[in-house]
Design a binder for this molecule. Structure first.
Ligand SMILES: Nc1ncnc2c1ncn2[C@@H]1O[C@H](COP(=O)(O)OP(=O)(O)OP(=O)(O)O)[C@@H](O)[C@H]1O
Ligand SMILES: [Mg+2]
Length: 251
C-alpha cells in the first residue's frame, strides 16, 4: 500500500507514495527543507485522519511549531484535534515526561540505561522507548524523527555503530508507522550506514551555483521496491510548504 506524502509533484515520482510502515531517510544540508518536508507529510496524513508525530531532538518543539505554523498547513487545528503531535526529545532532562509512559520494552532492547548526563544527546534506546510510548498512546501512523544525527549511536567502532543504527531502524519497523528519519547531509558523495539501513533515501539539496545562484532541489537516491525518478528536481517553498518542479537543466 502506498502512503501519499501529499507534497505536490513528489508522489508521482515514486509510484504514488511511500510504502506503508517503512523507514525513509530524508537527508539534506542546513535549511534545505527537511523539517518542512516532514511536517507536510504529517499534516497531509493528519488531515485524512491518520495521526502523526514529530519528534524533535535537535530543536525545541516550540520553535518547530512556530516556524512550521507559518505555512498554511492547518498545524494549529490539527494539533488541537490531536491528530498532530509535536514532542521534544532533547537532552535527557527534557524527555523525562515520556519516560514514565515507556513501560513497554521490546525484546530487542534490554533494560533502558539511564542517561549519564543531562546534556548528553539521547541514546537510541531512550529515543526508541519514548517514540514507542507516544505511538501506542496516540495511535500514530506517520512519524518524523528530527534528527537521526542527534542520536548518540555507539561510535567507538564503525561495526558497532552500524549495528546500533540498524537495530534502531529495525525496532522502528515494529511500530507500524511510516517513518521519515531526517538527517544532516554531510557527505553527498559518500554512502552512510543509515542510507543502507533505510528503505528509501531522499536528498534535499541547497547550494550556491555560479550560473544559477542558489539552487534548491530534491533527488530520490533509493526507494526499495519502487520504480523511481532519479533526477535532481528543483523545489520551491510556497505558503503550502515545498513543491517539486521539473528536473534541473544539465549543462
Ligand atoms: N513560511 C515560509 N515560506 C517560504 N519559505 C520558507 C518558509 N519557512 C521557511 N522557508 C524556507 O525554508 C528554509 C528552511 O526550511 P526547513 O526548516 O524545513 O529546513 P531544514 O532542512 O529543516 O533546516 P535545518 O537544517 O535548520 O533543520 C528556510 O531557510 C527558508 O528558506
Ligand atoms: Mg529542520
Amino acid at each position: 500500500m502506498r502512503v501519499k506524502t501529499g507534497i505536490e509533484g513528489f508522489d508521482e515520482l515514486i509510484e504514488g507514495g511511500l510504502l506503508k510502515d517503512r523507514q525513509y531517510l530524508v537527508s539534506g544540508s542546513p535549511g534545505s527543507g527537511k523539517s518542512t518536508f516532514g511536517v507536510q507529510f504529517l499534516a497531509f496524513g493528519a488531515l485524512a485522519g491518520e495521526a502523526g508525530a514529530y519528534m524533535a531532538l535537535s530543536e525545541s518543539m516550540d520553535t518547530i511549531i512556530e516556524d512550521m505554523s507559518r505555512y498554511n498547513l492547518h498545524i494549529e487545528e490539527l494539533v488541537n484535534k490531536k491528530k498532530l503531535f509535536f514532542l521534544e526529545l532533547g537532552p535527557a532532562a527534557q524527555y523525562a515526561e515520556y519516560e514514565e509512559v515507556s513501560t513497554l520494552i521490546t525484546p530487542n532492547y534490554e533494560q533502558h540505561t539511564a542517561e549519564s548526563s543531562d546534556s548528553a544527546p539521547p541514546t537510541p534506546q531512550s529515543v526508541f522507548m519514548n517514540v514507542e510510548a507516544v505511538v501506542k498512546q496516540h495511535n500514530i501512523k506517520r512519524l518524523v524523527i528530527d534528527s537521526l544525527s542527534s542520536i548518540r549511536f555507539t561510535s567507538s567502532h564503525v561495526a558497532l555503530e552500524e549495528k546500533s543504527i540498524n537495530r534502531f531502524i529495525r525496532n522502528l519497523k515494529t511500530l507500524g508507522c511510516t517513518t521519515l528519519l531526517l538527517s544532516e547531509l554531510t557527505k553527498p558523495d559518500a554512502y552512510t550506514i543509515e542510507q543502507f539501513a533505510s528503505h528509501g533515501v531522499i536528498f534535499l539539496h541547497n547550494f550556491m551555483d555560479n550560473q544559477r545562484g542558489m539552487v534548491r532541489a530534491v533527488q530520490i537516491i533509493k526507494m526499495r521496491g519502487t520504480k523511481h525518478d532519479c533526477e535532481m528536481r528543483g523545489i520551491e517553498f510556497t505558503n503550502k510548504g515545498l513543491i517539486v518542479l521539473k528536473p534541473l537543466k544539465k549543462y
